[in-house]
Design a protein around this ligand. Structure first.
Ligand code: SF4
Ligand code: SF4
Length: 480
């Protein structure tokens, strides 16, 4: 049970208001290589990761309308929420006129605004529209975006991800979008999708920040123990109708049939080592000196308004952000916020571990290289062309040094070569060898189109002399 922080009672603006982050579906018409969602783009005969496959839209509408709160901010994530357009339109038709509901909807803007032209209160459907240069050319995407705005939707911001394939377009995207009057965000690429083994890509220095988000980044999202109101007014809702209070690892309950679970009556001390660090979270932390009072549920529209103010202040005084952050100590009481912000992408020294000399650890198997695909004993069942997550660890004990590369193979093809490794602290616990810490690997990748049948997913650890060490394979059944 998480203790609440009694010094931080709920401010009035959070007492009768909630945010629900609704992961509405994994459907998407795109398959961006940096996407962390196991997207798919066709409705099959079986139930899929889509809210309207689990319950009819009428059940979702009834469950939302039953919420006994004065204000409900629905943050909608996917996949692409507008793809199942008939059901989605019906949901918006029911909830947009209700004054209690506000929407922050993340979309790739690939849909036709005409289809939604008769929706009521379209201005309440606040959109964050992403541009993916490997999936659509800029000009047609921009035309669709302008049509969406002209149709009456509110566009809070437009976003592109600073993945390698988008970098060439990022500057033009930022310039044209800004001149069109949009708040244009260049979002750092996080380790996800095929880049799961990469590090965060730093944004350019002139990227748009608010001081509150800069503080969270300066903290490197390391929030454990700091007071936070986010779980006191926030829920995570999944496509299968399960809901739970955010961040607290409490059991999921049934959103469609049961009342909302209770949220903590005050701030909690953050139970997690690292926060995802979304804007919504940065603005829920009373220790964040740059959150404009009073603390409340900040929508993307308000955030975009503050970004515009910061841009105007920076245009008048280019060192505005530096001046604002400098002189504010971070929670350790020592580090200056601006220094921490500018150093936020610099690697930290590795964590030091003490391995007691007298502790008995499991012996290493007598093999030049060891390792596993996580869950290799559990057969996978999937469809041809599905996207899957692969992870595991590999350690090479022979004099050829650590593993240099992992090749992930399927049906005779190498699907991915991984050369960056992540910490697996549990191996230290088991084997007591410091050199086993950074042996984890992972990737999200597509299975190639193959006929139905039995296959093997395998990983080969390649050492620095080019020796190849196969790890135990995982069996895969591809269904039609
Ligand atoms: S990043 Fe967005 S648009 Fe691209 S595949 Fe993922 S959900 Fe779809
Ligand atoms: S993980 Fe982030 S949002 Fe959740 S309690 Fe911690 S600081 Fe707050």
């Amino acid at each position: 049970m998480i203790a609440t922080n009694k010094s931080y009672a709920l401010p009035p603006a959070l007492q009768n208001q909630i945010r629900i982050t609704w992961n509405v579906s994994h459907w998407c018409n795109y398959d961006c290589s940096y996407c962390g969602v196991l997207v798919y783009s066709r409705r099959g005969p079986e139930r899929q990761a889509h809210s309207f496959d689990y319950y009819p839209v009428a059940d979702w509408i009834a469950a939302f309308q039953r919420i006994q709160k004065e204000r409900v901010v629905l943050k909608v994530l996917g996949g692409e929420p507008f793809m199942d357009r008939a059901n989605w339109k019906q949901l918006l038709q029911a909830l947009l006129p209700d004054p209690r509901f506000a929407f922050d909807i993340f979309t790739n803007g690939s849909w036709n605004a005409d289809y939604f032209k008769d929706l009521p209160n379209k201005e309440k459907a606040g959109l964050i529209v992403s541009f993916h240069s490997s999936k659509t050319a800029f000009e047609p995407w921009r035309e669709r975006l302008l049509r969406i705005r002209d149709a009456g939707f509110t566009i809070h911001s437009v976003v592109t991800v600073l993945a390698p394939e988008n970098e060439a377009e990022a500057e033009r995207f930022h310039a044209v979008m800004s001149s069109d009057g949009f708040v244009a965000e260049l979002r750092p690429m996080i380790p996800a999708g095929v880049y799961r083994d990469r590090k965060n890509a730093p944004p350019p220095l002139d990227c748009d920040f608010t001081p509150a988000v800069a503080w969270m980044q300066a903290l490197r999202n390391k929030t454990k123990g700091l007071p936070c109101y986010f779980p006191s007014a926030s829920y995570d809702l999944e496509w299968n109708g399960e809901i739970r209070v955010s961040c607290l690892n409490r059991p999921w309950t049934d959103f469609i049939r049961e009342p909302l679970p209770e949220t903590p009556p005050a701030a909690v001390n953050c139970p997690l080592d690292t926060c995802i660090g979304c804007m919504e979270m940065a603005y829920s932390m009373p220790a964040n000196p740059f959150v404009p009072p009073p603390i409340h549920i900040v929508t993307r529209g308000e955030f975009a308004g503050e970004v515009r103010q910061v841009k105007a202040a920076t245009a008048a005084s280019p060192d505005y952000l530096q001046k604002t952050l400098t002189g504010t100590p971070m929670p350790d009481g020592v580090t200056d916020c601006y220094d921490a912000f500018t150093n936020r992408f610099i690697d930290e020294p590795p964590v030091q571990f003490d391995i007691p000399a007298d502790r008995i650890f499991q012996a290493l198997p007598d093999a030049p290289a060891i390792g596993y695909l996580d869950n290799f004993l559990t057969p996978l069942e999937l469809r041809s062309s599905d996207r899957i997550t692969v992870s595991g660890w590999a350690y090479n004990a022979n004099p050829a040094g650590p593993v240099k590369q992992i090749q992930v193979n399927f049906a005779g093809q190498t699907l991915r070569t991984i050369e960056e490794f992540s910490p697996r602290p549990e191996l230290l616990e088991v084997f007591g060898r410091k050199e086993m810490l950074r042996t984890g690997f992972g990737a999200i990748l597509f299975i190639p189109p193959v006929p139905a049948g039995e296959y093997q997913l395998s990983a080969v650890a390649v050492d620095h002399q080019g020796n190849r060490h196969p790890l135990p394979p995982q069996s895969v059944r591809v269904i039609a």
